[in-house]
Design a protein around this ligand. Structure first.
Ligand SMILES: *[C@@H]1O[C@H](CO)[C@@H](O)[C@H](O)[C@H]1NC(C)=O
Ligand SMILES: *[C@@H]1O[C@H](CO)[C@@H](O)[C@H](O)[C@H]1NC(C)=O
Ligand SMILES: *[C@@H]1O[C@H](CO)[C@@H](O)[C@H](O)[C@H]1NC(C)=O
Ligand SMILES: *[C@@H]1O[C@H](CO)[C@@H](O)[C@H](O)[C@H]1NC(C)=O
Length: 435
């Protein structure tokens, strides 16, 4: 499909060596794979788990971001065909399923919100839609885990105020309290409902997708201009709309709408998808250059650790949506090609010249580093390959696969070994900069 038309000979994809992001050619799949191999390694340098053991991310990263990060790595595997991280991803996703197989973890009850659960949900849903290997015969399938997670989320639909909606938080003990209804939580339920509807054909999920969309619009959290606002208070019956907007909530609703459009073919859903994408392309992308930015915080230098990863989810969901709704593909291609080129030029920091920065519009590395910065660049650049990956599966295409697929070993090319040595130095470089 759209993004990269020329498909290179199969052999090319088997011999990818890690390359420097600054050399990215956005029109060459081999170059994209080579650059994303480097950035994926940079991102994975933050994760201490492996194929046999889950290890949560170190502070300041919250548990939810680990689930979201595994989603970035699932995309890496799916788009590039480099399956070398697959066992690590599967181990992490299975380790966090919790005693009820629904991603409610007693050890995280102090912090787990509906949005956190949903972020893990996006990843297991992607695993289901791709027949990603699930090696543990004692655990449910990715699809069943997703359905369990959905049951848990939907059980908290709360009609005490605002005529419905999920609160942000689940536990009263959380200092954030039980008063805020936000779009990341409700968008999470919306998108997972839509994806389960498409994956299973079960009408109940489609009805919930309709219901959550309608609720979000009715309380004004999807505004008339299709800006997705952050949230509103239950105690004010959701009349005090928070004017802030973040890129990932737009992405979350876009993908839910795109899945509904693809499932139903209904012009209503196609229209909603197009309008959301249009507004998003204006608000989160620079007017002249079309470079993506986190509008609420980058310009004023106030992006917190969470916010530093948000652009990655917008990129992820825009690419995934363009596969399903062809009419948005030209816009998505334009804005994410420009953003990919800029992101690559920001990944020129650190001793080895491959650490990614935050503000892509400055025209190079800006010195702001972290897992979020790596994830944003990774999702944005690897998604250029989305057009020739298998579209999300559904119905009886979805199967439980136990065996991992192997990535044929690359020959020991000098470029690969020098680059991986450089990547392993990165943490030292980061520590020196951010003691
Ligand atoms: C709260 O808002 C909902 C719509 O969002 C409305 O139907 C309901 O009447 C409002 N309740 C009160 C007490 O104002
Ligand atoms: C559809 O999903 C709902 C919600 O999980 C479930 O209660 C219902 O049994 C499912 N229907 C069918 C036909 O599988
Ligand atoms: C429903 O929301 C209200 C606030 O509007 C909150 O006080 C209550 O605890 C919530 N109920 C549940 C089950 O979370
Ligand atoms: C849904 O997406 C698939 C996969 O890209 C595509 O082949 C199909 O044409 C789409 N259907 C609709 C109704 O857009």
């Amino acid at each position: 499909m759209k993004f990269i038309k020329s498909v290179h000979p199969v052999a090319a994809s088997l011999l990818i060596t890690a390359g420097l992001p600054k050399d990215l050619n956005i029109n060459d799949p081999t170059s994209i794979k080579s650059v994303t191999k480097t950035i994926a390694a940079g991102a994975m340098s933050y994760y201490k788990g492996d194929a046999t053991k889950f290890v949560d991310l170190d502070a300041p990263y919250y548990w939810w971001q680990c689930g979201a990060f595994m989603g970035s790595m699932l995309d890496y595997s799916h788009y590039t065909g480099d399956t070398s991280y697959d066992p690590t991803i599967a181990t992490a996703l299975l380790a966090q399923r919790g005693p009820d197989n629904d991603y409610m973890l007693p050890t995280h009850f102090g912090q787990e919100g509906n949005d956190d659960q949903a972020m893990w949900g996006f990843s297991i849903m992607a695993a289901a839609e791709r027949n990603f290997p699930q090696p543990d015969t004692s655990a449910p399938s990715w699809l069943d885990l997703s359905a369990n997670l959905w049951n848990s989320l939907v059980s908290r639909w709360n009609t005490t105020a605002c005529n419905g909606g999920l609160l942000w938080q689940i536990f009263a003990s959380n200092p954030n309290g039980l008063d805020y209804k936000n779009t990341v939580s409700n968008g999470g339920l919306f998108q997972i409902s839509a994806r389960l509807a498409r994956a299973t054909g079960n009408e109940t999920y489609a009805q919930w997708a309709e219901k959550v969309w309608d609720w979000t619009e009715a309380v004004g959290l999807i505004a008339h201009d299709y800006m997705v606002k952050d949230g509103a208070s239950s105690s004010k019956n959701c009349t005090d709309t928070n004017p802030l907007s973040f890129s990932y909530t737009a992405g979350i609703y876009i993908h839910g709408a795109a899945v509904m459009a693809n499932l139903t073919g209904d012009p209503k859903w196609i229209d909603r998808t197009e309008r959301l994408v249009h507004t998003t392309s204006l608000y989160y992308f620079m007017d002249d250059t079309k470079i993506m930015h986190e509008a609420a915080c980058e310009g004023v230098g106030k992006c917190n650790t969470d916010m530093r990863s948000f652009k990655g989810y917008l990129a992820r969901f825009l690419y995934a949506s363009a596969i399903l709704v062809p009419s948005i593909a030209p816009t998505v291609n334009e804005i994410l090609s420009a953003s990919s080129a800029a992101a690559a030029q920001s990944c020129t920091g650190g001793q080895d010249g491959t650490t990614c920065g935050q503000k892509w519009y400055v025209g190079g590395f800006d010195g702001l580093t972290g897992l979020g910065e790596e994830m944003c660049a990774l999702e944005t650049i690897q998604g250029l390959l989305a057009g020739h990956a298998t579209p999300p599966l559904k119905g009886d295409q979805i199967k439980v696969v136990r065996e991992f697929r192997s990535t044929p070993a690359s020959p020991a090319a000098p470029a690969a070994s020098s680059s991986s040595a450089a990547v392993s130095n990165k943490r030292g470089a980061r520590r020196a900069r951010n003691p």
